[in-house]
Design a protein around this ligand. Structure first.
Ligand code: DAH
Length: 340
């Protein structure tokens, strides 16, 4: 028995040394350690051993079995380690490869301009209000002091949906909605999309305006000019100045058109300002008494200022764009130029 064990020990040592894979390890186990394996055979052969020698032989076989099992486990650990190393090597990530780039989007120039305008006015304490794009005649015209047969209706080519419902031609109806909902002091901005049946290099049937409305005691044209001075400095540079010219709007009295000193030539006269040194940027004025009355605000107690700015116009001036259509074509070659 002892010599049998000795022979087998040599065979085990040889076999385990050759084990290099999971499959070979399984074969080794089948061969030596399974129920039909050779260690088990040794156990069975104990039957033929003289009874007095059995305990000692049994012990020897058990020790041998423990050694074979230990050798098996060692090999199993070695193979698992090798397998891990192989996987690590094959799944290694090459961090020197260039990353896959994904194109980043950017805000539309109209949005950029609108956001900048809002942030300037928000800094002066204005709040934002947004009205509906589909309006009724009452808010868009009548209560803004433009009665049904008023000639000022011809100033704006309106898209009517029914006789009374229309696409708003201006953000000014936002003034009415705000004054209906809120009593003075009021200080709001109404940004939004407006619609007119008009189309050429500087007009589009759909464009954007930013309305401003301040109603409180003792509001004057000086307040309007002060706010707009601040606005043009922030938008066009510290040297920009404003100039008010008398104008006419039905909902303001007096009404003004506001020019900014030409930021291209500094006021000397150039192509952009058509030699005048000034560029018109918005309309405004002191809110007409009738408009305040139409909203239940006493014009003897309160006064207001209002202004309306074309956002496209500001963006065209800021970025040097000469055709309004470019804003709506979604041509990526155009849009990519506004990535900050
Ligand atoms: N709503 C006018 C327009 O679309 C612009 C405007 C002028 C708005 C004077 C005002 C204002 O609030 O006071 O042409």
């Amino acid at each position: 028995m002892e010599s049998k064990i000795k022979d087998m020990r040599a065979q085990v040592a040889e076999a385990i040394a050759r084990v290099g894979s999971k499959e070979e390890l399984d074969t080794f186990w089948q061969q030596f350690l399974s129920k039909k394996g050779r260690v088990q055979e040794l156990m069975k052969s104990l039957g033929g051993v003289a009874p007095e020698e059995r305990p000692a032989m049994g012990k020897l076989i058990n020790e041998f079995k423990a050694q074979v099992t230990a050798a098996y486990e060692e090999a199993a650990a070695r193979i698992a380690q090798a397998e891990l190393a192989r996987r690590n090597a094959s799944e290694q990530i090459d961090i020197t490869l260039p990353a896959k780039t994904r194109e980043e989007g950017a805000l539309h120039p109209i949005t950029l301009t609108k956001n900048q305008m809002i942030s300037v006015f928000a800094g002066m304490g204005f709040q934002i209000f947004e009205g509906p794009e589909i309006e009724d005649d009452d808010h868009n015209f009548t209560r803004l002091n433009v009665a049904k047969n008023h000639p000022a209706r011809d100033m704006q080519d309106t898209f009517y949906i029914t006789e009374d419902i229309l696409l708003r031609t201006q953000t000014s109806p936002g003034q009415i909605r705000v004054m209906d909902a809120q009593k003075p002091p009021i200080k709001v901005l109404v940004p939004g999309r407006v619609f007119r049946s008009d189309s050429d290099a500087t007009h589009s049937p759909q464009f954007h305006q930013m309305e401003g409305l301040v109603v409180d005691r003792h509001i004057t044209l000086c307040d309007l000019q002060g706010m707009l001075d601040e606005f043009v400095k922030k938008l066009f540079g510290e040297d920009a100045k404003t100039r008010l010219r008398p104008s006419y709007f039905p909902f303001t009295e007096p009404s003004v058109e506001v020019d900014v000193s030409c930021f291209e030539c500094g006021g000397h006269g150039c192509g952009l300002c058509k030699g005048t040194g000034w560029i018109e940027i918005l309309g405004g004025g002191i809110v007409h008494r009738k408009v305040l009355e139409n909203c239940g605000i006493d014009p003897n107690e309160y006064s207001g200022l209002a202004f309306g700015i074309g956002i496209e116009r500001v963006a065209m001036l800021k970025y040097g764009i000469n055709n309004i259509g470019l804003f709506y074509e979604n041509d990526l070659r155009f849009l990519r130029q506004f990535k900050d």
